[in-house]
Design a binder for this molecule. Structure first.
Ligand code: FAD
Ligand code: DLZ
Ligand code: SF4
Length: 555
């Protein structure tokens, strides 16, 4: 039987998996349920026309909804390296190489599974330079009758996809991305009517719905949160496991050469290149972390040590975010370590909270608030991003160390991002959009849906408190407690004011004083205001003068 070629919906958007409810519970059944919704399995062969399945650089999952809905016998998969995606921010060179190499390896994986894959490389002379342009070229040259795609993970690209049907003149079905634990509809249902959207309560619902770390109706160990046992200060001499490193194969070497040639002026060291680029690599990296890092993950989650770039972190966000690892499977694997007695509950809960809680929550906030979210600037911050975010040339040892590590690895862990570079930008009043573009560019795991809420919301408080109940602002004392950076710094963390004082110390109070209009009534800042109000007037004047002098120097 031939499938009809009529458009699939009023705007060409069909939420094939658009059921309300957590995708976990229905994951295995959803593909079949969704397929029978609009396709009898023969649509690809309609009138000898083929179905085009475009796959983006962060959709590298064989279980992707568009692939589940298609038949290898009558579909063409399209993957394209394009200048537009490589250039919408100035991505780190290691990130570019990672994305392109993972894409090329995924094309091989799909071919091995029987798919026909059209792969357009960046240096193909016919390459139009954009995803929409490549889809249009493929439709024109390949007898395409319809396009089936999984919705892009970020607003900018999904917006472009929504214009495809009108531009191409063939039906376009955009299917929900089922690779997340919580669908957009499920998150919106949770958020509806709530004054505050706190991650903790969302996370508990996800625990209940997935059954992760649950004992019946109760959280395992009788507590939802083991933070009190986690987050210890760093301990020198602690044996830190090696992060999983993979030698580049011929495919990766070709990509490295391409990126070196085409992006010579971009930020970031491309070599040594050690990221995994296949599903097998990503699974091996996860396995190594589960064995060697997870048991102490919680203990040193917030610690920072010179020379230890990864500590007990998993270093898997780049794999999760491009589709080489599945978030729910990762959480279940961590839970299994606890159930087998190989990792303590506090560590496993801390880890699961990051993925099942924070990762799903920030995605929910992103889709709930976009596109207006991108323009938020609740504190009216307008300063340009200082040049040392790119050069690393600053006397502040903590900032210099994090920028240097970022340049070398396209990686910094959460507290380095939040409490060093993020904290400094917040205290200095840097334009949140510039801060956002920096984070989106420099980390291998950065995609707007996850980076923007973390940067603009959590780190810069530019959403006025949607994501964080108070700004993550801290003086040098926090950095000193959680790191060994201060020992190698020209500034003295114990000195509050004057030439040799740690800039974080006076910038912290100056930030609060400058933003009293917005933050003055924040219930969580009551004790902070009482401390500030109790400072002698001479100290307040010194804070203002030191901050003004320092900030003028940034320009
Ligand atoms: P681990 O510390 O080992 O944590 C395990 C996993 O939990 C991570 O791989 C990640 O998938 C998830 N996770 C942890 N914290 C968060 C969080 N706050 N939000 C979402 N997922 C989380 N994460 C990204 O994946 N992409 C980004 O672009 C990104 N930008 C950030 C920008 C800022 C300003 C801040 C403060 C945080 C940002 N994060 C981002 C969150 C976090 O820093 C990274 O997920 C983490 O550092 C990745 O390293 P890891 O895999 O070793 O994580
Ligand atoms: C990040 C990235 C880069 C650098 N390059 C490409 C590319 O050339 N082709 C592609 O399909 N995807 C790329 N990506 C990932 C996309 O930017 C990502 O799919 C969108 O931002 C949607 O999340
Ligand atoms: Fe950073 Fe201040 Fe410590 Fe120097 S003294 S490393 S600037 S916190």
């Amino acid at each position: 039987m031939l499938a009809p070629l009529a458009p699939l919906g009023p705007v060409g958007v069909r939420r094939m998996f658009g059921k309300t409810g957590c995708s976990v519970t229905g994951r295995s059944g959803r593909a079949q349920g969704g397929l029978s919704d609009w396709d009898d399995g023969t649509m690809c062969s309609a009138m000898q026309l083929m179905t085009l399945v475009p796959i983006l650089g962060d959709q590298l999952s064989p279980g992707l909804s568009a692939l589940r809905a298609a038949d290898p016998g009558s579909c063409v998969v399209l993957m394209a390296e394009v200048a537009e995606e490589a250039g919408y921010v100035a991505h780190h060179r290691k990130k570019l190489a990672f994305v392109f190499s993972a894409m090329r390896h995924f094309a091989q994986e799909l071919r091995g599974l029987g798919w026909r894959v059209e792969y357009v490389t960046l240096d193909d002379p016919a390459n139009s330079g954009s995803l929409s342009g490549e889809v249009a070229r493929a439709v024109a040259r390949l007898s395409i009758g319809r396009v089936v795609a999984t919705m892009a993970a970020e607003w900018r690209v999904l917006d472009a996809m929504r214009g495809w049907e009108a531009a191409l003149g063939v039906p376009v079905a955009l299917l929900e991305d089922g690779r997340f634990v919580c669908s957009e509809a499920r998150f919106a249902a949770w958020a509806r009517g709530k004054k505050q959207l706190r991650m903790e309560f969302f996370y508990r619902e996800m625990r209940r719905e997935t059954g992760l770390l649950m004992e019946g109706e109760e959280p395992a160990g009788g507590q939802w949160n083991f933070d009190a046992e986690n987050r210890k200060p760093p301990k020198k001499g602690v044996a830190v496991p090696e992060v999983a490193r993979f030698a580049p194969d011929a495919v990766t070497e070709a990509v490295l050469a391409l990126v070196e040639r085409r992006f010579a002026d971009r930020f970031g060291d491309i070599r040594p290149f050690w990221f995994g680029v296949t599903r097998g690599d990503a699974e091996a990296a996860l396995a190594r972390f589960l064995r060697a890092g997870l048991p102490r993950f919680g203990d040193f989650q917030d610690a920072m040590l010179r020379g230890e770039k990864f500590l007990f972190h998993a270093v898997i966000a780049q794999y999760l975010n491009c589709g080489l690892l599945d978030p729910l499977a990762v959480c279940r694997a961590a839970e299994a370590e606890w159930r087998a007695g190989r990792a303590p509950l506090a560590a496993v809960e801390g880890f699961v909270r990051q993925i099942l809680g924070w990762r799903e929550y920030v995605r929910g906030i992103y889709w709930l608030k976009m596109p207006e979210y991108l323009e938020q600037n609740a504190l009216g911050a307008v300063r340009d991003l200082p040049g040392f975010y790119w050069s690393g040339e600053t006397a502040m040892a903590c900032v210099a160390a994090v920028v240097k590590q970022t340049r070398e690895e396209a990686y910094a862990h959460h507290i380095q991002r939040l409490m060093v570079t993020g904290n400094f930008a917040l205290l200095a009043g840097v334009d949140p959009k510039q801060v956002h573009e920096w984070y989106l560019a420099v980390y291998a795991d950065a995609y707007e849906w996850v980076e923007l809420p973390n940067t603009l919301g959590m780190s810069q408080f530019a959403d006025g408190g949607v994501l964080a109940s108070k700004p993550y602002a801290a003086s040098g004392a926090y950095i000193d407690r959680m790191s060994d950076y201060c020992g190698g710094c020209r500034f003295d963390v114990k000195v509050k004011n004057g030439a040799g004082a740690c800039p974080f110390n006076y910038l912290y109070w100056d930030f609060l004083a400058r933003n009293r209009g917005v933050l003055g009534r924040n219930p969580r800042l009551g004790p902070v205001w009482r401390t500030y109000d109790g400072l002698p007037e001479a100290r307040k004047a010194a804070i203002a003068a030191d901050a003004a002098g320092f900030l003028a120097g940034l320009a």
